[in-house]
Ligand binder design. Structure first.
Ligand code: FES
Ligand code: FES
Length: 176
């Protein structure tokens, strides 16, 4: 009987753990992430920024919206490695110290929230909208926020909040 030659046991390939560099809320960070790690998980679990919420994990609800280089993205369907080298802003980075961002203040003023679960994503998306269009119509607001689901408010006060924010931000710019 022929004696088979056993091939040498292959060592499992070492997992490569990429290190990414980002500027998160104005601070430079370097973080080791799994190649398939989602940005929202890295922000929440590794950087303790739990303001971005996970409502659906399938790009439907918008609770996880953050800004990458000033543009809103759903961080539950963005790989962390895609943010390598980018400026990331989360809801925690929007206020200036104790001063709320005008969009946050407007949500408070117009009661644009109830349970608050959708609010970080709504505020981040609305901020992006106002940076592209300083004076959106009601239809434009509703259209831009269609990727953000709110189960409590009926959206009316959210739209009102964005209108209030647009007004206060344009007044501020005119005064500068
Ligand atoms: Fe990202 Fe719902 S958790 S869209
Ligand atoms: Fe509750 Fe929007 S305030 S989901």
């Amino acid at each position: 009987m022929e004696i088979g030659i056993l091939s040498p046991i292959k060592k499992p390939k070492e997992e490569t753990v990429p290190q990414i560099s980002m500027e998160v809320n104005g601070k430079a960070v370097k973080v080791e992430v799994a190649a398939n790690a989602l940005l929202v998980d890295v922000l929440r679990a590794q950087l303790s920024l739990t303001g971005s919420h996970v409502g659906c994990d399938t790009s439907q609800c918008g609770a996880c919206v953050v800004h990458i280089n000033g543009r809103s993205v759903k961080s539950c369907t963005t790989l962390a490695v895609q943010a390598d080298g980018a400026k990331v802003t989360t809801i925690e980075g929007l206020s200036q110290g104790q001063n709320m961002h005008p969009v946050q203040a407007a949500f408070k003023e117009a009661h644009g929230l109830q349970c608050g679960f959708c609010t970080p994503g709504m505020v981040m998306a609305a901020t992006d909208l106002l940076s592209r269009n300083a004076n959106p119509t009601e239809a434009e607001i509703r259209s831009f926020l269609k990727g953000n689901i709110c189960r409590c408010t009926g959206y009316h006060n959210i739209v009102k909040a964005v209108q209030i924010a647009a007004k206060s931000m344009s007044t501020k710019v005119a005064a500068e």
